[in-house]
Write a protein that binds this ligand. Sequence first.
Ligand code: NOJ
Ligand code: CA
Length: 534
Amino acid sequence: MKAKRTWWRDGVIYQIYPRSFQDTNADGIGDLQGIIQRLDYLKDLGIDGIWLSPINPSPDVDFGYDVSDYLNIDAKFGSMQDFDLLLNEAHRRNIHIIMDLVLNHSSDQHPWFQESLKSKDNPYHDWYLWRDPAPDGDYPNNWLSFFGGSGWEYNSSLNQYYYHTFCPEQPDLNFRNPEVRQAILDVFRFWLERGVDGFRLDVFNAYFKDRELRDNPRRRGLHLRPYDRFEHVNDISQPEMFPFLQEIRKLVDKYPNRYVVGETFLASPVQARMYIAPDLLHAGFDYAYARSPWGPTGFGNAVAYWDALHGEKDWPNYFLNNHDTPRSASRYVTGEDDARLKLLASMHLTLRGTPYLYYGEEIGMRDTRYSRAEIQDPVGKRKWLSVKGRDGCRSPMQWDASANAGFSPAKPWLRVNPEYPTRNVEAQLQDPESLLNFYRALIRLRRENPALHAGSLELLPLENESVLVYKRSAPTQEALIALNFSNHPQQVNLPGEDNTRAWQLLFGGSESDPPLLDADSLSLPAYGTAILSR
Ligand code: NOJ
Ligand code: CA
């Protein structure tokens, strides 16, 4: 009997940054109609779900990560009708929609915050983290903002400070107030009722803060960023998050086939793992893999650890790219050659765990360099995290060689990458050896082979220090994946076992320079991939 397919576990999820995907009304900003127009492209790519970065109304201090109405769609992206249409059209193609919920903080323009500003006895005052100044007028405690400076912003009419983990325009909600928790659960219910398939929870482990707002202790060692000079034990990761996640999960589980994935803020793999359980999150993100240095040791270590932490019961996921990080094509490659990206794709799509792709990853989009004057990201503008900020990985999707890469007839909100005349979807669809066709083939392969989408994972000893080798085992099939991270041909021995069935080459990556398989060894070209099965 064929095992039932679970979309978020067996499939591939594709993150869209809606501002940058496809503009249809010539305002230079991507929109929901644009996503609808491109659904067939995504269907052909072979994905099962879309994670949409936030589309709720937002004054865009942090481009959607500052929400002023949780129960609506921002007019720049379209209407609620457009959203319902997107849901329908996606579902018709068996594509699921994951919404990004940014609940740790709202926008300062949210009516809840506007009310809370009015007076200390306004019913909404306690919905945010207001505190009196210290006796000397100083900040209520030593907590800093992740985006730089104190986490406390002074309001002179109330003579109080409010707390913000991120920008001052992103005040943190007070999750210890039961009315806040109720309002948040209502947000989930609202979108579940509309038919949304899943949620990505932005920095969920920051929802609760220490009840007494005690100072964070100093961290040992020298740290460049002031934020890193503290142990973040009191401003994030409080035990109260567990029962609240249980409430969220109970609600979500009332609806069939739904999914909740969490972005665990500042967490080690072990901490991120703690929130994944049948009554908590379905899955969580971990950065170790995306931050790995190039080579089998770094990736092997990250994968071994993250896989082992999940054990047999829970299901990992992996991402190489998102809207906060320089693109893998810029981190691991200089120049325009895609050989290394094909190798990364081969690994990414054959691990035990849901692969997340970020728009444009499948055509090898590089980060775009922006001048100081072009910068849009608040982080870049404030020179806080780094001088450049996160705009580089958010440039418009490169669809074709026409003006603005086919993203928009108007001037895009962020300039298109100058390589777009050659690096774009249309050109790559026509080239059988393109990165895009490589992704399409691998996604299909993953879907068709149970060892690849459902099998357990076993890393084999590194007998050649340039080649990562692992086995995926499902009841009906085994696969062996060998990945050559070096720019020279390499050879590995096949594991000699009692199994008499011989390995067959399932995927060799390249028609012109394929790997060579003989009875007990495998020869891989530079940056070559071999996927064997039996
Ligand atoms: C994490 C998001 O991924 C990031 O883009 C955002 O700036 C912060 N949370 C604040 O919401
Ligand atoms: Ca638009």
